[in-house]
Design a protein around this ligand. Structure first.
Ligand code: AMP
Length: 417
């Protein structure tokens, strides 16, 4: 009996070549954009001590309480596949004494993240995020800069029907006082709330704004709003962020009900949505987290950042018709005219890869010469180098064929006029 065929685990996917090329070109664009604003490439491990997320992201959040891939290693330590990138970046900032570097320390990353969610379109158990963080300064221009960089990235990627939601959560004491006020409001109308919201009044009353339950929504329509309770410094900080976005001509909706699913945010929070997506419309979001580094045992350090989902960016761009392949690189095809020439052709392909600014492909599947020329056409080769007794270079556009006496002349002919 044939062995059973295995499949990729539920909620995961393989990136096949066409998608791989689109991801690569998005990554290149993101690196150019973020690098150009001083966000240096940063990487941290794909798994961390579970305690980092429990302390950093918050025990009561969905991410930590329900969605983490947690396992024990052979030494009995509890490890977790990272569900998000900010906690790891802050852990590394502390561990490597980055607070001694000139502020702000700007980092950017790209990589896989893991959440045990119910899979659906745009929601997976392993997904990729691009992200950026600025640590060590609470200057509101960093908040605005980061929002604008994400807007620029999404626009370059061709994400259509974008909407930016923006709010401010104030500082920790304001949030705490507001939390009490909101709890009192919820308790006064407890019987109207969904069971889930009622069960979490103490733990996380803010999440009630996220509820779809009609009774809860009615209660929330009359709820006090945090933006109306901001202290003077926080209100001023938020006003500056908004003024900078206004100057840049970026439209946004002030949304006092914006609640991000992570506990560490203070002051600015934002989220980009694309109406081109279905239920999972969040393409990227973030905010300021001025207490997180201290909470993880580091010196008091403000920070702000965002993360955006690669799969959702590409889905939203595809919905807007932006899923054509990135333009193919110029390609040179090295054909083998007779078997004895295979060794020479192999060496010439290597030399060409080092010498010319083009993709160089070599015949490696035993095709006839006719089949090779057909294949060269299929891969869009600009020139074919035919290696036999002689070395010929065929220009695929003009059909013209010329001999090269040596490697030097070969390079010249391949590169064309
Ligand atoms: P969050 O930190 O939860 O706001 O996530 C940031 C971005 O990552 C979201 O806006 C999504 O684009 C993406 N994302 C989060 N969770 C998933 C998931 N389970 N599958 C695919 N993308 C996700």
């Amino acid at each position: 009996m044939a062995p059973e065929r295995l499949k990729a685990p539920r909620g995961t996917f393989d990136v096949l070549p066409a998608d791989g090329e689109r991801r690569r070109s998005l990554r290149t664009a993101a690196e150019r954009l973020l690098g150009g604003a001083g966000y240096a490439a940063f990487e941290s491990p794909v798994f961390e001590d579970t305690a980092l997320f429990a302390r950093g992201v918050g025990e009561s959040t969905d991410i930590v309480s329900k969605e983490m891939f947690t396992f024990e290693d052979q030494g009995g330590r509890s490890l977790t596949l990272r569900p998000e990138g900010t906690a790891g970046a802050c852990r590394a900032y502390i561990e490597h004494g980055m607070h001694k570097r000139p502020a702000p320390v700007k980092l950017s990353y790209w990589g896989p993240f893991f959440r045990h969610e119910t899979p659906q379109a745009g929601r997976y158990r392993q997904f990729a995020q691009v992200g950026a963080e600025a640590l060590g300064s609470d200057d509101p221009s960093l908040d605005a800069e980061l929002v604008l960089l994400l807007a620029e990235l999404l626009e370059q990627a061709g994400v259509a029907q974008l909407r930016l939601r923006l709010s401010s959560l104030g500082d920790a004491p304001t949030r705490a006082a507001y939390g009490e006020e909101l709890r009192a409001h919820l308790r006064a109308r407890e019987h109207e709330l969904s069971d889930e919201v009622r069960a979490r009044i103490d733990q996380n009353p803010l999440r009630a704004f996220d509820s779809d339950h009609p009774g809860t929504r009615a209660v929330m329509a009359d709820a006090p709003l945090l933006v109306d309770r901001l202290g003077e410094a926080d209100a001023e900080h938020f006003a500056t962020v908004r003024a900078l976005l206004d100057d840049a001509g970026l439209a946004y909706d002030l949304d006092p009900t914006l609640v991000r699913g992570l506990d560490y945010y203070t002051r600015t929070v934002f989220e980009f949505e694309s109406a081109a997506l279905g239920a999972q419309r969040g393409v990227g979001g973030g905010g300021r987290y001025d207490g997180l580094v201290a909470q993880l045992g580091g010196p008091p350090t403000p920070g702000v950042g965002w993360a955006a989902g690669i799969e959702r960016i590409l889905l939203a761009a595809a919905a807007a018709g932006g899923d054509e392949q990135p333009e193919a690189e110029p390609t040179v095809y090295v054909a083998v005219a007779k078997p004895e020439a295979a060794r020479r052709a192999f060496g010439l392909a290597r030399a060409l890869r080092l010498g010319v600014d083009a993709r160089v492909e070599l015949e490696q599947a035993g095709r006839s010469l006719k089949g090779q020329l057909k294949h060269a056409d299929r891969v869009g080769a600009r020139a074919v180098v035919i290696v036999g007794e002689t070395i010929e270079v065929k220009d695929m556009r003009s059909g013209e064929q010329r001999s090269a006496r040596d490697e030097h002349e070969l390079m010249r002919l391949v590169m064309g006029p």
